[in-house]
Design a protein around this ligand. Structure first.
Ligand code: NAD
Length: 415
């Protein structure tokens, strides 16, 4: 669906920040390409006895602020350009959040849906066998991403530990809780989004307890966003969708009942008391808060003018096109951009690393308290930059991130 080369988008976004901050282009050269790229071939014995060679990548984009951090994707259409772009965005995201981390991303071209658990385990271990010298708690710390999960992270951590000859839990985050994972990781992305939403409501003078919300997507991000919006602030969630379409109820949706309905039927459509709507209709509803939590490029120049929400909280990555961004900014819609809005996940991953180092584990309340603090502070710095330069919140998030990286690169004598 996405024909734009995502790494070209990264380059364009950097050009824009360069113009806003009036940075010399030679300095920006450092940020235009990844610091290090690893391409590997991984031979795996399949269950039928055949040998198959998989290709994988790890891109360590920039480590000025600290060790690189980013997920590993197992995807049949993985490309190096996607991984490069995602690694760059991780670098900006950790910088914007004020975390002492750089950015990375990894991927293996494979179709996990067609592989047995044993084959996946051999692939996960094989990938670590090829990159282990270049990762580690003080170098690069992978995490789960598309089609990888806590079990895959457990195999990878185990393989790394076997190679170096001792347990090293802190080499990977997103592990099962029983082996060094953090409390609060499951709903961290949505919860982090709620904390920035609370700050935005203060800034805009919006009473969340009287607000309404529409959510596109009912997976990890969308489901927990719906649940927490109601539980934390009393927001009325009027509409929710998944890939098959959406539902609307002007009196609000019972989220837990909807989850049961989806588990039984496989979709949200046909939920009792609600009207079926399309995904496109959901985006244009008259609600206070719109939460895209599914796909990229759903808010475009074709529908941006008709959006009625006062706040857009981007839990999905890249739901808004650059043309739509300009329209929304002109309309005065307060858009909380993806790498701020959905940074709760990486922030709790960082907490996981810290707990692994200390070998002392926090309870849920402490994770929430520290997440709240990090998210609120990040929102405030982005808002400050948006007002200072009179730019959109997305541009401001870039400005905050790139400024921090450039300053540290200067201190380190890289330019
Ligand atoms: P998920 O796979 O758990 O859920 C995705 C949801 O999107 C599902 O409900 C699916 O039905 C729905 N969907 C798919 N195609 C759709 C379509 N055409 N129209 C409407 N809905 C559609 O994924 P997730 O983890 O919730 O991630 C969702 C988004 O949030 C992605 O952009 C992801 O990159 C981003 N994100 C997630 C996390 C996290 O920790 N889960 C962290 C950062 C960013």
């Amino acid at each position: 669906m996405n024909l734009i080369n995502p790494f070209e988008v990264v380059q364009e976004q950097l050009d824009e920040v360069m113009r806003i901050l009036q940075i010399k282009s030679d300095v920006m050269q450092i940020l235009r390409t990844p610091m290090r790229e690893i391409h590997v071939s991984i031979p795996v014995r399949m269950d039928n006895g055949d040998l198959k060679v998989f290709h994988g990548f790890r891109v360590q984009y920039n480590n000025a602020l600290g060790p690189c951090k980013g997920g590993i994707r197992f995807h049949p259409e993985e490309t190096i350009d996607t991984i490069r772009a995602l690694a760059a965005w991780m670098t900006w995201k950790t910088a914007c959040m004020g975390l002492p981390l750089g950015g990375a991303k990894g991927g293996v071209i494979c179709n996990p849906k067609e592989m047995s658990s044993n084959e996946l385990e051999r692939l996960a271990r094989g990938y670590i066998d090829k990159i282990w010298q270049l990762i580690g708690p003080d170098q690069d710390i992978p995490a789960p991403d598309v089609y990888t999960n806590p079990q895959v992270m457990a195999w990878m951590m185990d393989e790394y530990s076997k190679i170096i000859g001792k347990n090293q839990f802190g080499v990977i985050t997103g592990k099962p809780i029983m082996m060094g994972g953090s409390q609060g990781r499951e709903d961290a992305t949505a919860r982090g989004g709620m904390y920035v939403l609370k700050e935005a409501s203060k800034y805009l003078g919006l009473d969340l307890s009287k607000s309404t919300m529409a959510i596109q997507g009912f997976g990890n991000a969308g489901y927990y966003a719906a649940l927490l919006a109601e539980k934390m602030f009393g927001i009325k969630v009027l509409a929710i969708s998944d890939s098959k379409g959406g539902i609307y109820n002007q009196n609000g949706i019972n989220i837990k009942a909807l989850k049961e309905h989806k588990e039984k039927t496989g979709h949200v459509n046909g939920f009792s008391g609600a009207k079926d709507i399309t995904n496109e209709e959901l985006l244009l509803l008259d609600v206070d808060i719109l939460v895209p939590s599914a796909l990229e490029e759903v808010i475009t120049k074709n529908n941006a003018n008709e959006i009625k929400a006062k706040i857009i909280l981007e839990l999905a990555n890249g739901p808004t096109t650059p043309e739509a961004d300009k329209i929304l900014f002109k309309k005065g819609i307060h858009l909380i951009p993806d790498f701020l809005a959905n940074a709760g996940g990486v922030t709790v991953s960082y907490f996981e690393m810290v707990q692994n180092f200390y070998m002392y584990y926090w309870d849920e309340d402490l994770v929430y308290k520290r997440l709240n603090h990090r998210m609120s502070e990040a929102y405030k710095s982005v808002l400050k930059a948006a007002r200072e330069y009179n730019i959109s919140m997305r541009q401001a998030a870039y400005v905050v991130a790139i400024k921090r990286i450039i300053e540290v690169m200067k201190l380190r004598g890289w330019w």
